[in-house]
Structures are given as C-alpha cells and as structure tokens.
Design a protein around this ligand. Structure first.
Ligand code: TRP
Length: 453
C-alpha cells in the first residue's frame, strides 16, 4: 500500500514547508527592496493568487488522482506522452536542488561559525566561497540530514514538518519583534514598503515577481504532484492550496519585516545577491553588542530550518521518481539521488570560486551581460522553466485530462462551488494566456535585453 499523510494538516504543513525556504527569507525581501517595495509586493501577490494558485490546484489534483510520482502520474491518468513533461520537471528539480544544496551548505557553515564563536563572521563570505571543499563538506552534511528523513518515507516528512514548521514560526516571530524594536526600524520599513510607481511596469520587475512566485510556491516541476499523491481524498484541494499560498506569502512578508529594519538600523544599505545574508546582516549582528551572536545564531538556525523542509521536498520528488519508475528501494534511491545531486553541486560551488572558469564571465548572453554558471542555470531552470512547466501543467489539466473537475470536487467542502465562476475561466483561458505572454516577455528580457512591454 502506498503511504498517505496521516492528517489533513500534515499535508498542508509539508506543502507549506516545501514552499517556505530561501525564496521567502532570502530572495523575497531583497527583490522587493530592489523592485520598488510595495510595487513588487503587489505584483507578487497578484501572481501568487491569480496565476499561481490555479497551477497549484492543477498539480495537487493530478497527483492525488494518479497517486504516483511527478512523471508516472501522467501515465496513470492515461496520457503516457505527457510523462515527458513530468520527466523534464524532475530534471529541473534535480538541477535546482544542486545549487540549493550549495546555499544550504553556506548556511550551515555560518551556523557552525556562530556556534563556535568565530570572530568577524561578516567578513568570511569571500573566504568561504573560495574554499570549495568546505562548502562541499557542509552541503554534504545538509544532504545527509535530508536523506535521513526521506529514507523514512512520508512519515519521515510528516514528523519533520510537525517539528520544524512551528519552530520556524516561533523563531521568525521572535526575530521580527526584536527587529521592529530597534532604533531606526522605520527607515527600513519605508524602504521595504513604500511603493515606487515607476517600478510597476518595468519588465524586469514583472519577471522577477513572476519567477519569484513560482519558485517560492515550489510550482512548475511537479513537487506538488508528488506531495498531492500522498494527500487524502477527504480534503479540499482548493482550500488546501489557498492555505499553502497564504502561509507562503505571510512568511515572505514577515522576513522583510525582519531584514530591512535590521539592515537600516545599523546604517547599512541593502545589498544584492548573497551579500545581504552572508555579509550585510552578519555585520549588523556584529554591531548589536552582546546579543549579536545570539541573534545571528537564531537567524541562521531559522534559515536552516526553512531550507531543510525545502530540501526534503526536492529530494522527495526525485526519490519518488527513481524508486517508482526505476523500481528501486526507497532508501537506496534516496541515497543515490543525494550523491548524484552533490556531484552536480560541485559545478555550482565552483562558479563562486574566483579561480574557476565557471565563475563570473563564464557565459555571455546576447544581451551583452555575462553570467557565471550558477546564474545561467538559475535563469534557465528557475526563471524560465518553472513558469513554462506551470503553463503546460495547467494546459494538461484543463484540456487533456477529463476527470480534473471530478477530482477537484472530491473531498471538497463547498469552497469549490463558491468560486467556480472564477476558477473555471481562470484555468481554461486567463491563466494559460497570461502565463504564455509572461514567459515570452521574460525570455526576451532575460537573454536579449529586449523589453516587449
Ligand atoms: N519553494 C522553495 C523556496 O522558496 C524552494 C523549493 C522547494 C522549490 N521545492 C521546490 C522550488 C520545487 C521549485 C520547485 O525556497
């Protein structure tokens, strides 16, 4: 018998755990700061609830109806050819996981530094990334922890999220309260939340909000097909999806309330990319006096917890695929996948080592800018593939799969009836058309520097 989540809440916690991760605590606040504060926030909420929610509903329904991994699900539903979409999704997960685990390694290394009282942590980032062996070691340790949970199956996932999600919420709330009481917090809030009108219709802001919404909700590659396949049938898909999205945006929003007040209170300006987490914030923690190391430790613990529930979801998607499609035992599949992902992660790790050819200048885009290997695969797999995959998933559910509506109605508590006047046209017309347009716009913007709007 295939396992299920034990409770309704277990499924929602696990899916929220998958959603809440680096996307919320690291990317969101930074992108919001860069994209004109409230302008970005507005676009992000719009994309999440209007365009992403229907994709999420489709993914969960496909998984729950088929009760198979992300690729096998299409076959079980009678559309063998579509399993190619599932396979490219799993491959995408594999690639994204290979750099996600690198960042997990960075975080663990910092956590370790705080634990051992290493001095001047804020200056360690250049040293850390120029030391691929250390990064690899910590990434491998993080992977080993992830494998331990996945090897135990759905029960392992459920017990992890039952412990980790409340821990995450408490840590985050505690840190937010502390941050808001700092002198100068209001400057940070102004930067974070004041809308700047000219950012609204910038193509780069739109693209950034779109890819953020997909990445943050773990959509487009079949993660929720996999989790949906363990969901009980007496639970409303629409309502669960809404709860997951609400949890995800709430945590992202709170993370901004933590990060910007801290940064501005200590007279620093928000920096882009990894600098923010690994240099700017630690610097602010160092200016806090004796409480600094404790706040720093708590913050990196928070990150580790958020990241662990996400690495669990990446590993589950690929492990479910390998164990069901290639008929391998779950334990050995989990270990094998973990090792393979770590091997690929070496390329991502090297792209931050200035000595490596994979680092900056690795690949020139036609638009004229050059990127390292990490940015190249992040743009391609997360920036382009996830929205594209989401578009194809919604097309499959709406136009190819006959029982979509029946599956959505199963276990529903009346929510579906109330919103079907909106959901139907969304699923069939509005989402596919807008998503297709957005993917095309993003593609030209990213690679060719051509702004279609
Ligand atoms: N959503 C996670 C985050 O915000 C990352 C993540 C986990 C993910 N599983 C995924 C992204 C599957 C895309 C697909 O950090």
């Amino acid at each position: 018998m295939r396992e299920n989540f034990n409770s309704k809440f277990g499924f929602i916690l696990a899916a929220a755990g998958s959603a809440i991760g680096l996307g919320n605590i690291y990317q969101f606040p930074f992108k919001a700061g860069e994209g004109g504060g409230a302008a970005f926030l507005f676009l992000y909420l719009l994309f999440t609830f209007v365009f992403c929610l229907p994709v999420m509903i489709s993914e969960i329904a496909i998984g729950r109806a088929a009760r198979q991994n992300a690729a096998g699900s299409y076959r079980v539903l009678g559309h063998k050819r579509w399993s190619l979409l599932g396979k490219t999704g799993v491959l995408t997960g594999f690639v994204i996981f290979s750099y996600y685990i690198m960042i997990a390694g960075w975080i663990l290394s910092y956590l370790f530094d705080y634990l051992t009282g290493t001095p001047a942590i804020s200056q360690r980032f250049p040293e850390l990334v120029a030391n691929p062996l250390r990064v690899f070691g910590f990434a491998a340790l993080f992977m080993a922890i992830t494998v331990l949970f996945i090897a135990r199956g759905v029960r392992g996932i459920e017990s992890a999220v039952r412990l980790l999600m409340p821990a995450l919420t408490i840590l985050l709330l505690g840190l937010v309260i502390y941050a808001l009481t700092l002198d100068g917090a209001s400057q940070g809030l102004a930067f974070y939340l004041q809308p700047s009108a000219d950012e609204f219709l910038k193509t780069s802001t739109i693209h950034s909000a779109l890819s953020q919404a997909f990445f943050s909700l773990s959509l487009g590659m079949g993660a929720l097909i996999t989790y949906g396949s363990y969901m009980k049938s007496n639970q409303s898909i629409v309502k669960s999806a809404a709860l997951i999205a609400i949890a995800d945006v709430t945590i992202a929003f709170l993370a901004g309330l933590l990060i910007f007040p801290v940064v501005f209170s200590f007279g620093m300006s928000p920096s882009g990319g990894p600098e923010m987490l690994f240099a700017t914030l630690p610097k602010a923690f160092e200016s806090m006096g004796s409480i600094g190391p404790f706040i720093g430790f708590s913050f990196f613990l928070l990150l580790s917890v958020a990241v662990l529930t996400s690495t669990i979801s990446f590993l589950e998607v690929i492990t479910a695929y390998v164990s069901e499609e290639w008929q391998k035992k779950r334990q050995s599949a989990a270990i094998g996948v973990g090792v393979a992902v770590l091997l690929l992660s070496v390329l991502a790790i090297l792209s931050f080592d200035p000595k490596s050819t994979l680092s900056s200048g690795f690949l020139p885009y036609p638009s004229g800018i050059s990127v390292n290997y990490f940015t190249f695969i992040d743009d391609l797999f997360s920036g382009i593939y996830l929205p594209l995959g989401g578009l194809l998933i919604i097309l499959f559910a709406s136009y190819r799969w006959k029982n979509f509506k029946t599956e959505l109605a199963t276990g529903d508590d009346g929510t579906l009836k109330k919103i079907s006047w909106l959901l139907d046209p969304m699923l069939r017309y509005i989402c596919p058309i807008i998503l297709a347009l957005l993917v095309v716009i993003s593609f030209f913007d990213k690679y060719f520097g051509i702004h279609l709007i």
